[in-house]
Design a protein around this ligand. Sequence first.
Ligand SMILES: Cc1cc2nc3c(=O)[nH]c(=O)nc-3n(C[C@H](O)[C@H](O)[C@H](O)COP(=O)(O)O)c2cc1C
Length: 350
Amino acid sequence: MRYPESFEIAGHRLSPPLVLSPMAGVTDSPFRRVAKKRGGLGLIVTEFISVEGLTRGNMRTHDMMRFKAEERPIAIQIFGYDEVRMRWAAEIAQESGADFVDINCGCPARKVVHGGGGSNLLRDLPQLKKILTEVKRAITIPMTVKIRAGWDDKSINCVEVAKLIEDCGGSMVTLHGRTRVQGYRGFANWDLVQEIKHNVSIPVSGSGDVLTPADAMRRFDEIGCDAVHIGRGAIANPWIFRQTWEAMNGLTPYQPSPREMHDLLLEFRDNLRETMPEKGVIGRMKMLSAQFLRGVPNGAHIRTAVLRSQSIDEMEPLFEQYFELAEIYGIDAALQSARDDQAELAECGV
Ligand SMILES: Cc1cc2nc3c(=O)[nH]c(=O)nc-3n(C[C@H](O)[C@H](O)[C@H](O)COP(=O)(O)O)c2cc1C
């Protein structure tokens, strides 16, 4: 099997065909920079940004849009309902220097859906058409769209939506093959990615449950998608893009040493401290630690202690302990991907 070396969005060639999937509360600039530095990333997408916040001058929302040159190529993802605000927000994203504007039509969160945006747009195609038409008219950079399979099992309409996106001038469609009602349960349906691929001529990327290089390669092989988005798998392992790219090229995937993993955490801390108050830094360090400090036999109690800590000073010796254990026992990939994060995060009050 020859894997694609790149993919193209409206004449912009991006390589490798691997994308950091947008994740609210995760893919902010400090995390994006950490991931990008590990290599193998062809495109980065920001966490979703509210058009209400952007167009009403909310400074926190505007801060979310900031990125550094080293993060390019980058898509800024926006969400909302009103086509005038969507258009205006897309203009703001373009002015901020984004390479692409990505429209969110997949978020299942109640608050977003009640506002009419996210996956709600999958059941309001006239409004989606208005939004896409307005945004496309307003910007000169390419517009891409990320969708879900449909609202629920009985209304799977992603192929129809993908065609609408193409008709309205969208330059790429990404499918996370779960329905809104499904949330994150079960598995993403990649057959739908293939069905979309057969029905549109713009590039198609797939998203959902890619946790290892082999998962991504299987999708290229079986589905024939142009790119693969990786979300949660990149939190646990920011090297996943590099490893996948190496595996796609017949090389042995790079295995970071415990020391490098430790350095990554500290680098993330330093990135966070550039713009965030210490309380925020603690929360974000816990978020990463919950998934990142996995795979060391007998290391779970250290991860739990990190999640319970009250300060970064309290966390740092725990990181030392964890990576010392990692040096001794190694990291077990099976343990690394066995996750029950929500329960653990809730238990630790994160
Ligand atoms: C914490 C979290 C936040 C997310 N936020 C967004 C978002 O802001 N925009 C979006 O389009 N998708 C969002 N997603 C969906 C992911 O981009 C991705 O499509 C989904 O998690 C499936 O891929 P994965 O199994 O590789 O994580 C989010 C997912 C998670 C877990």
